[in-house]
Write a protein that binds this ligand. Structure first.
Ligand code: NAD
Length: 437
């Protein structure tokens, strides 16, 4: 795993990359590596440390066996990856999904390193997941799986080491089980080991809405730069869970029309704008936007052709690809999801003058309020929601303004600009800390 630097500063490998880093060039990890390559020419002398961004610091793969309700024993594969901890403890969500792979978790952990540095919270990047369709588990099975997984990764997580949080298909209840399991194993209540907990268990007000609020805040700031009026904009949202649901609600409250929503159950459309509060109630009751009466159903693939000014991918990665990027009508894409746009699609969108607000800044609101939660847990002193939202909005606006300026100065996309800001911060701390031993 060692490397040396050539006199010109370009890294020269002394040993080939481990096999798990070579695999899946077209997957999320491959996309992340391409994003890093685009930023290296802008890093100046810090480029000599850039190889560190291409190798996760620590990867843990765990077997998660549980008793099923029918008496059998099932085994699930779980992961926790700490990509970089130069700036502070690892931080990043836990995903329960049938398509979770090591490559995906590696990419998500790396994007967390970039995101946390972009908004300048004192964390490195980490991510975890279990390859499982949680919708097929009973509540008891889900709890047993969560607790066993937490025990298995317990050797590398902790309030000062690595702090998990919710992601796709994980929520406050799962965070409460993780917190309790870790606390039982260590012998004292340790609320700061996870964020996104219920408010009654040391969670923070405003955390549930924070990612969607950040998506809205950054979107509204960017709209000013391209003379886009939010109050008259049409918005299409993919994924109507924690991120997409809240972002959709805030855009609708600002006057925008939410014309199309897609989730795992199907795609719905209403030219006059969907009634978002009713749709949120429908999703809470049924689990999907499918079957919502006050809308027409359109084919899933037609989602990408919908007439709109703003598109918010807020589901999974690799949704906007070279196959559909040319069809998108939006003037602005706000990435609520992590990694929804492939590098080829990024290039097509840039050529077509579609402004892409990248995940690594656009969805950083969640981790920002997670940071507030962690700080509040350490001091056992809790802030009111108005203070939390005001601090969140201030951090998001300042971070976005900085990234916008870098994109203008370097004449690069907002994604590359965010990577420039973040990678410089990460590699500067890397250099200050030096190599051990
Ligand atoms: P969630 O589980 O609350 O919602 C996920 C949504 O995606 C659901 O509406 C689901 O139906 C939809 N979906 C799943 N598969 C789909 C498919 N194939 N096609 C269309 N829609 C599909 O998850 P979330 O927390 O809202 O996370 C969504 C995205 O935002 C993920 O990429 C996640 O990594 C990212 N993110 C979440 C947070 C957070 O705080 N929750 C923070 C930053 C980034």
């Amino acid at each position: 795993m060692s490397q040396a630097s050539s006199p010109a500063g370009a890294p020269a490998l002394l040993h080939p990359l481990p096999s798990y880093l070579q695999a899946d060039k077209l997957g999320p990890w491959g996309n992340y590596l391409q994003q890093v390559d685009r930023v290296i020419p802008h890093l100046g002398s810090l480029a000599r440390w850039a190889e560190t961004l291409k190798r996760p610091k620590r990867i843990l793969i765990v077997d998660v066996p549980i008793h099923m309700d029918d008496g059998t024993v099932a085994h699930f594969e779980g992961y926790r990856v700490q990509h970089n901890v130069s700036r502070g403890p690892g931080k990043g969500g836990v995903r329960f999904h049938q398509d979770v792979t090591l490559s995906e978790v590696m990419a998500l952990s790396a994007w967390m390193s970039i995101k946390n540095a972009a908004v300048n919270v004192p964390y490195g990047g980490a991510k975890g997941g279990i390859r499982v369709d949680p919708k097929k588990l009973s509540r008891g099975e889900l709890e047993r799986m969560t607790r066993r997984y937490t025990s298995e990764i317990g050797i590398i997580i902790g309030p000062n080491k690595d702090i998990p949080a919710p992601d796709v298909n994980t929520n406050e209840q799962i965070m409460a089980w993780m917190m309790d399991t870790y606390s039982m194993n260590t012998g004292s209540t340790s609320t700061g080991v996870v964020t996104g907990k219920p408010v009654d268990l040391g969670g923070s007000l405003g955390r549930r809405e924070a990612t969607g609020r950040g998506v809205f805040t950054v979107g509204a700031e960017a709209a000013k730069h391209i003379d886009l009026d939010i109050a008259t904009a049409r918005v299409a949202v993919q994924g109507f869970g924690n991120v997409g649901g809240v972002a959709g609600k805030l855009f609708a409250e600002a006057g925008a029309r939410i014309v199309a929503v897609q989730d795992h159950g199907g795609t719905i459309y209403r030219e006059a704008g969907l009634d978002v509060p009713s749709l949120l109630r429908h999703v809470a009751a049924t689990g999907s936007v499918a079957g919502f009466a006050q809308a027409e159903v359109i084919a899933d693939d037609k989602f990408w052709d919908v007439d709109c000014e703003i598109l918010i991918p807020a589901a999974l990665e690799q949704q906007i690809t070279r196959d559909n990027a040319g069809r998108i009508k939006a003037r602005m894409i706000i990435e609520g999801a992590n990694g929804p746009t492939t590098p080829e699609a990024d290039d097509i969108l840039q050529e077509r003058n579609v402004l892409v607000l990248p995940d690594v800044i656009a969805n950083a609101g969640g981790v920002t309020v997670s940071y507030f939660e962690w700080v509040q847990d350490f001091s056992s002193f809790f802030w009111d929601e108005a203070e939390i939202n005001a601090r969140l909005v201030r951090i998001m606006k300042e971070a976005f303004a900085g990234v916008w300026q870098v994109s203008q100065d370097h004449k690069v996309s907002l994604r590359t600009a965010t990577f420039i800001v973040a990678c410089k911060r990460i590699l500067h701390t890397r250099e200050l800390r030096g190599l051990y031993p």
